[in-house]
Design a protein around this ligand. Sequence first.
Ligand code: ADQ
Length: 471
Amino acid sequence: MGRLIVVSNRVQPPDAAGAGATGGLAVALSAALREYSGLWFGWSGETVDAFTGHLSMRKVGGVTLALMDLDEHDVHEYYNGYANRTLWPLFHYRTDLVAYERSFDEGYARVNARFAESLLPLIEPDDLIWVQDYHLLPLARALRRRGARNPIGFFLHIPWPARQIFTTLPRHAELVEALFDYDLIGFQTADSLQAFADYVKESAGGEVLPGGIAMAFGKRARIGAFPIGIDVAEITEGLKSDRAKAEFERVRASLLGRKMILGVDRLDYSKGLEERFLAYEQYLEDHPEGREHVFLLQIATPTRDEVEAYQDIRGRLESLSGRINGAYADVDWVPVRYVNKTYRRDALTGIYRAAHVALVTPLRDGMNLVAKEYVAAQDPDDPGVLVLSEQAGAAEQMREALIVNPFNREAVAEAIRRGLAMPLAERKDRWQALFDGVSTDDVAAWRDSFVAALKNEATADQPLRASANAR
Ligand code: ADQ
């Protein structure tokens, strides 16, 4: 086999010191590629006046990075537009926030074509190509139109929505038809896989054969669920660092005998931060005996600042945390510590370990790696408790967490109470089962199972693919 070529919107490996990338995809891909001497292709994150197609190449470890700059129109229409104002809210069931503009559509197609044109000269005949996420749904089509015959796989990091939601998107069929130029389409969960199969059967008039062969639009593709995991060793090694130890001590010293509830998220409306604050407020209201013995540390890193919905949520969270603190704080106690900083990954492990309860309560989430990182960072002799939303993909795997409906304020408040009071023996039992799962289904297992399935497609179905490509 040739190389593994990974394509994602942003190419953003953490630097050697562990700083840099936040966001599940960047963190996961850096870990996934570490053992492959492959190529990682995508946007540099830089904006130029006019697109040139120039690639800057550099090597980090065994991985060659190929980066291109985008122009301002591209960033406006493709990244801030179709990707983050149309697809992101739609795929997270926020149809109220979906903006659909014709120029976004055109920008999305244009940038996917630019990706294809710039990538094509780098592809060798026996390379495997693995495209990541919702920014690049039509990339295989753009590559095939330019003659690429390689096996191409696609992995969607966010949920695939129910058919009734997805079909509100103008020209939805075109988008799915383009997906059928991939040989393999991977989802995070059985739930997303089912929703896609449902669309194929009910809206596209196609069929899904046992074993996951989907057929529609006169084409075929294999579909499957490949739940993403984390690099457990990165977390356990990180815990041994001076920085993690210092961060752990700093947080623990600030507790003054209190227990800490922790949230760590990108500042995004899908993460359920407002609902989480309200549930914590409910807990304080219902449990006067708990007040002053607990606090919530919410770390929320601002992202996608140029999109209005993100400015709105930021403002609302500031006023909500202010309101809770105004109502309950005392001279020596602040119930909510709300922090907008980005932490180094090693420092974050120390913070995870210092928390007694983690609140991971997204309203909808492809997987959620924070849930897994929190479990990996716990002290086996005195582990914390994970409260996890049933709407996170991770809930399909992490059944021993306290699973909650994030929209049910009373239920989340009760899970906070239960987590804070949980006896050591139960905490250990639950944690052990969670840790075993996180260790087995790690990021290497995710990568290996996807790559193996793609290779399998490459060898098993050459004639079928060749005929599909010829269409
Ligand atoms: P995200 O929506 O970014 O990922 P998540 O899976 O939780 O969500 O990953 C966030 C990552 O960023 C974690 O690795 C976390 O450690 C890091 N991070 C967050 N805040 C940070 C901070 N303040 N400082 C430092 N690091 C921080 C998307 C999908 C998810 C899916 C992933 C991977 O939305 O559903 O799990 O991709 O597929």
